[in-house]
Design a protein around this ligand. Structure first.
Ligand code: MG
Length: 369
């Protein structure tokens, strides 16, 4: 089986509101790039890459399409079932840019699943957890607004929240205390600063809720070294996110005892193949994981859930409910959410999605032999 054609589509995805997070960053719409990999046997695998705007991590939508222009031609003729070879070809053609390679890696896993008639989570080791806890975000706002959002989400059945902080210290202290007070029995919260604090600010804010047993802290500062400094000054469980992008980063953080939990954004590490390597290492080292995408497409949701279902239940802390905030669907058989959990129904092969391909429009690029 050989790759015959790769088609690239652009998809604009407005959010239902302007999302704001630390450092004055904001986002009103996502720009997703969808990739179809078609083989000489007629199988079509689908993947995508949807960065969270231009300000979150070193990834942007224009970069996905420019990167595909480089790696697309090098993949024609390769066997898409041989994921190590696919990733080797991509790495030899383009150094870095894992978020570009993510889209192709996912499409090739989709093909492998269809070819073997197995869902991707079975290819990754089997369905080890039936339903996965959702972590639901409360965008930045006043303490009162954020408490109101949390209560609204709690009514919908969610019980694990992500509080976006990382702004001015006094305001963050007020927010954290208000939300910690609003949490009910069995409810927990992640204070995610997205790298917005300096270490001295983080230590002050986290000190204001010292002793809390229902709060985690995530990526308090931008750099790994700053996060490590904060880690040594707080007893709250530490989640690292943006500053860990590969196995080397993880091994260093483990050796430094810098984290309890890793939030793996699958496109940030370069797709299912690389994510599995990092996820499995975390499981072996006793580090918990969140699994998430940076966009909220149907594909992002399916990829996240295949990774999540194949993770031991004790090791997975949660997933972002990937259906949240998407206003229009181009696929059915998407993951299901309810009672604060997310899961895939059934065991369809590959990603398990059914696409309405007419809705993709015309490709913006085509690569073929
Ligand atoms: Mg985060």
């Amino acid at each position: 089986m050989r790759i015959a054609t790769i088609r690239v589509y652009r998809r604009d995805m407005p959010l239902p509101f302007v999302y704001r997070w630390s450092g004055g960053r904001s986002l009103g719409a996502l720009d997703s790039t969808l990739v179809e990999v078609e083989t000489d046997t007629g199988l079509i695998g689908t993947g995508d890459s949807c960065p969270w705007g231009n300000q979150y991590v070193p990834a942007f939508a224009g970069g996905v399409r420019a990167g595909l222009d480089e790696i697309g031609p090098a993949l024609i003729g390769a066997d898409p079932r041989c994921l190590a070879d696919i990733n080797r070809r991509m790495d030899e053609t383009l150094y870095g840019h894992p978020y570009v390679k993510h889209a192709v890696d996912v499409a090739c896993w989709d093909i492998l699943g269809q070819h073997t008639d197995m869902p991707i989570h079975d290819l990754l080791g089997g369905r080890l957890i039936e339903r996965v806890r959702a972590r639901i975000g409360t965008p930045s706002g006043s303490p009162g607004e954020m408490v109101a959002q949390l209560r609204e989400r709690a009514k919908q059945g969610y019980f694990h929240f992500s509080l976006k902080v990382g702004d001015e210290v006094e305001l963050d202290i007020e927010r954290l205390r208000a939300l910690a007070d609003a949490l009910g029995p069995g409810q927990t919260m992640v204070a995610d600063a997205n790298g917005g604090w300096q270490p001295h600010e983080a230590v002050r804010v986290l000190g204001s809720v010292a002793g809390a047993t229902n709060i985690y802290v995530e990526q308090p500062c931008r750099t790994y070294e700053e996060c490590l400094q904060v880690r040594r000054a707080t007893a709250l469980p530490m989640i690292l996110d943006e500053c860990i992008v590969d196995v080397d980063d993880l091994l260093r953080a483990h050796a430094d005892k810098a984290l309890d939990i890793l939030n793996i954004k699958i496109p940030r590490v370069g797709g299912i193949t690389r994510c599995r390597q990092i996820r499995d290492l975390c499981v072996s080292l006793g580090i918990g994981v969140y699994l998430m995408d940076t966009g909220n497409t149907e594909i992002a949701g399916a990829v996240t859930m295949h990774m999540a279902h194949s993770t031991p239940s004790r090791s997975i802390l949660g997933v972002w409910d990937p259906n949240d905030w998407r206003q229009e669907d181009i696929a059915t058989d998407i993951p299901v959410a309810g009672d604060g959990h997310v899961w895939i129904e059934g065991s369809r092969p590959g990603l398990g999605l059914t696409f309405d391909r007419k809705r993709l429009g015309e490709p913006v690029a085509v690569y073929q032999g």
